[in-house]
Design a protein around this ligand. Sequence first.
Ligand code: BEZ
Ligand code: FE
Length: 295
Amino acid sequence: MIDEHEHGYFTEPNSAEVVVARNKNAKDQRLAQVMEVITRKLHEAVKEIEPTQEEWFSAIMFLTRTGQICNEWRQEYILLSDILGVSMLVDAINNRKPSGASESTVLGPFHVADAPELPMGSNICLDQKGEPMFVHGRILDTEGNPIAGAKIDVWQANDEGFYDVQQKGIQPDFNLRGVFRTGADGRYWFRGAKPKYYPIPDDGPVGKLLGALGRHPYRPAHLHYIVEAEGFDALTTHIFDPDDPYIHTDAVFGVKQSLLAQFRKVEDAEAAAKADVAAPFYDVEFDFVLSRKKK
Ligand code: BEZ
Ligand code: FE
């Protein structure tokens, strides 16, 4: 027997309505809503673009290659979402913060869950490569009070733009990453090496797409953070070097004005001795403000 919603043959003008009506008995209402919006927008796009059969097939082949290159370590669909700005949009929708709280940005693929917890002030640069950097600041609530016991998980690329996990056997394991916990004053500080800009993995279909669009694959130099404290929303973010050549053209749109830090070059030997680094070094000061969890 034909149900009412199955009536109506497919025509060019009513294409989306016919497909959406077919999903009337969906078991999951959220899935039905998502598929309705995607169907409507996709049909609208196809109607505007009017692809040839060859163009549509090359789109199918692009998605096929994107899937084929994925493995345990490589997630090309996330990369596609990143370069389309969708990752940042989903991040923004899910991290609307009260005024004064630090803004979030994308997690990226290079976080390692079991980085070691280190004494405050440790040097996370285990191979002594690159220009020394002293990073410090406070973890605060939106009223400006220090947060004690906050966990700061930090990771960064080295002076050549590589994470340790990209250079196994070249960089020591857990190079340029660490976990710190604040004391009563909410302060944090550690030593590292000034990071360099780097390309997102660009040897696959997404990299090829970037090239065809006349876009470069680079992310400006940054440090990644996940800051967590009891009673507060976790903050996944970066701080960026505002003088980086790619600061205005991040391949994944992760830069926000409020996340620009100063990487201040310090020549003074006394200041270097105080920070326990060699001169010259880069001094990077940045406070993170956490929003209170809604009850
Ligand atoms: C990262 O910053 O680690 C990253 C973010 C998005 C795509 C690739 C890398
Ligand atoms: Fe990164």
